[in-house]
Design a protein around this ligand. Structure first.
Ligand SMILES: N=CN[C@@H](CCC(=O)O)C(=O)O
Ligand SMILES: [Zn+2]
Length: 417
């Protein structure tokens, strides 16, 4: 691939010489270079600076095989990293959406076989190829919306075969797209119908059947549990994560979505890389998270779609927690994988500063899926996974203009998609 020189960048945002997880006041610092250039070699960022510096130190850039692209004043930022999705599903669930409009709660819908079990029935009936085709289309659409790294969970299978099927689909996606993809095993998403009265039996199935098979095929990077009243208890979560740890799977966990039942404290003790959702947090839990190395991943579109209280982002940031933002893309509680909207919503409803939201959706989110050495900032040696915006008056215009498509082009590994 030729070397690419991008010139006349109005604002090159999130430029960092070092990769570091951000917390507290540092989350609000978004380093930028105005009137910048960027050099890409073999899809990797190799140099950047001001246009003035380019004119004075341009010897290296005068060699042959240089492809030039004039950004004409566009803002360029690293692609979004979406560190929490349920991208593999067989069918949408808009009938439940209408039921909710008519007054049913998430818990009521789940209790009568809707929700996760509805998705599991559909997924079990869908062949692997069909699931793969649908998921690939969704993923290609998300990349065009600026997503340059993604985590995808299983958890709509809930049988040995169907959980393996989902994870095999994720493995195929890893091979088909050129962005980093991480796979999380979420067999403990809900108790399936067959094990409604035998929770212990299902936990045994996860530990003794699912996990060994997943490990044998090397299908998962992480393990997840939906720790919630009516789903998996804290003790269940501990047992399942300890079993996952034997196969080297670090936890990324669903906790404190509806109720605070001890998932934060246990998740931190389990060494979770991230604790996700966090709509319901008390002061002690916020302090415990702040004192830990675990990242709190906020999923504001799930709160938006379920008409719940938003995550207490201000309190979390002001108390020193490291936070990331993600879409939670799934057919039940967040049927959108649009990170641009997540960033807007975080500013509008959770009072995050635009700089905080952009950092939480890029560099911190990259840490929440351990791709921070590959992407998440404009750093020499990282992938040229970049968002080129339409003309904007400032960085704040991006979240401010919610619902408008402000992306002009997306580049993945140095190639426009
Ligand atoms: N809360 C648990 N799991 C998903 C929702 C799953 C569903 O409703 O299908 C979530 O993260 O919101
Ligand atoms: Zn989720």
């Amino acid at each position: 691939m030729p070397r690419q020189l991008i010139t006349n960048i109005g604002c090159l945002a999130n430029v960092r010489s070092k990769t570091k997880l951000l917390r507290g006041a540092a989350l609000a610092e978004l380093p930028v270079i105005n009137n910048a250039f960027l050099l890409i070699e073999d899809g990797i960022i190799s140099e950047y600076g001001t246009m003035q510096q380019l004119e004075t130190t341009s010897d290296k850039l005068k060699t042959i095989n240089l492809q030039a692209y004039n950004a004409n004043g566009a803002t360029i930022l690293p692609c979004w990293c979406d560190s929490h999705t349920h991208l593999i599903f067989a069918a949408s669930r808009e009938e439940e959406f209408v039921d909710k409009i008519k007054g049913k709660t998430y818990a009521e819908i789940a209790a009568k076989g809707g929700g996760i079990l509805n998705s599991a029935r559909n997924l079990n009936a869908t062949p692997e190829n069909g699931l793969y085709e649908k998921a690939l289309l969704r993923l290609q659409e998300l990349i065009k919306l600026g997503t340059g790294a993604i985590e995808i969970k299983s958890g709509y299978g809930l049988t040995v075969e169907a959980e393996l099927k989902m994870l095999r689909v994720i493995k195929r996606l890893k091979e088909s797209v050129s962005i980093p993809v991480k796979a999380t095993f979420l067999g403990a998403h809900a108790y399936p119908e067959k094990y409604k009265e035998d929770h212990e039996g299902y936990i045994q199935l996860i530990i003794n059947e699912m996990l060994p098979n997943i490990a044998a095929e090397e299908l998962a990077d992480y393990i997840d549990v939906f720790c919630e009243q009516g789903f998996f208890s804290v003790d269940d979560m501990i047992r399942i994560c300890e079993a996952g740890a034997k196969y080297g799977l670090r936890p990324k966990l669903h906790v404190n979505q509806l109720n605070s039942i001890g998932g934060i404290e246990a998740g931190i003790k389990l060494g979770a890389i991230s604790l996700d959702h966090l709509e319901t947090m008390n002061d002690a839990e916020i302090n415990a998270l702040a004192d830990s190395n675990t990242i709190g991943t906020l999923l504001p579109t799930a709160a938006f779609f379920l008409r719940m209280q938003y995550q207490p982002a201000r309190q979390l940031i002001d108390n020193g927690c490291a936070i990331a933002l993600a879409t939670d893309f799934n057919p039940g509680s967040s049927p959108s994988g649009n990170m641009n909207f997540v960033v807007s919503l975080s500013c509008i409803q959770m009072k995050m500063l635009p700089e905080e939201a952009i950092n939480a959706a890029t560099i911190n989110a990259a840490h929440a899926m351990e791709v921070q050495q590959e992407t998440g900032s404009i750093t020499i040696g990282k992938k040229a996974n970049l968002i080129f915006t339409k003309p904007v008056s400032s960085i704040a215009y991006l979240p401010y203009s919610f619902g408008s498509d402000m992306i002009d082009k997306v580049m993945i590994n140095g190639t426009f998609v």
